[in-house]
Design a protein around this ligand. Structure first.
Ligand SMILES: [Zn+2]
Length: 176
C-alpha cells in the first residue's frame, strides 16, 4: 500500500479547529484497486476536517469524471460524479470501523489513511445503472457492439449463465 501514502492526513500536530485538504484520485489511484469498477478517472477530493478535543470530523466533497463500462454496450464512457460524505473519527484501544460513518483509531495513530474511503465514496457516487448518455435524443451506445452482443446472445445460449447477457437482453427489449 506504500504507493498511496499520499491519501492520508497526519492529524497529530494540528491545532483544534478547521483544516482543509485536497487530494486527487487519478489513474494510478484506481489502478491500485483490483476490483475497481472505475479504471480511469480524475476526481478532486476536498476534505474539510474539524479537529475537536476528543474526535475528528471530516466532510468529504468529491467531484470529477470517471470512465466506467456501459451496462448496455459494454464499451467505456465518461461519467461525471459529484458526491458528499461525512466521517467521524474517534479514538480507542485499537483501530476498527465502527460503522460506515464512524472510524475508531488506535490512540497511538498519528495519521488517518483515507484511500479506502475515497474509493468507496467514488463507487457510491456511481449510478446504479450506467448507460451512455443520449446524443440528440439517440442512444450514445456503440451500435456495432450492441449488434454483435445481440447476435452473440441469440446464437449462443450457453452464455446466458453470465448475468450480464440477461441484463443486456432486458435492456435492449425495453428500448425497442
Ligand atoms: Zn453504451
Amino acid at each position: 500500500m506504500g504507493g498511496l501514502r499520499q491519501y492520508a492526513i497526519p492529524f497529530r500536530g494540528l491545532k483544534e479547529g478547521k483544516h482543509d485538504f485536497e487530494f486527487i484520485a487519478d489513474h494510478s489511484f484506481f489502478e491500485h484497486f483490483d476490483s475497481s469498477e472505475v479504471n480511469k478517472g480524475l476526481v478532486k477530493v476536498h476534505i474539510e476536517m474539524i479537529k475537536h478535543t476528543q474526535f475528528l470530523e471530516l466532510h468529504f466533497e468529491l467531484a470529477g469524471k470517471v470512465t466506467v463500462q456501459c451496462d448496455r454496450c459494454l464499451e467505456p464512457f465518461v461519467l461525471g460524479i459529484d458526491h458528499q460524505a461525512m466521517l467521524y473519527i474517534r479514538f480507542g484501544e485499537k483501530s476498527y470501523e465502527q460503522s460506515e460513518e464512524v472510524l475508531v483509531l488506535s490512540d497511538s495513530a498519528s495519521e488517518v489513511k483515507l484511500e479506502q474511503y475515497i474509493y468507496e465514496y467514488i463507487h457510491l457516487a456511481l449510478p446504479y445503472q450506467r448507460i451512455h448518455p443520449e446524443i440528440d435524443g439517440h442512444s450514445g451506445c456503440d451500435h456495432e457492439m450492441i449488434k454483435k452482443l445481440d447476435d452473440h446472445s441469440a446464437s449462443d445460449e450457453s452464455d446466458s449463465e453470465d448475468p450480464r447477457w440477461d441484463k443486456l437482453r432486458g435492456l435492449i427489449k425495453e428500448t425497442e
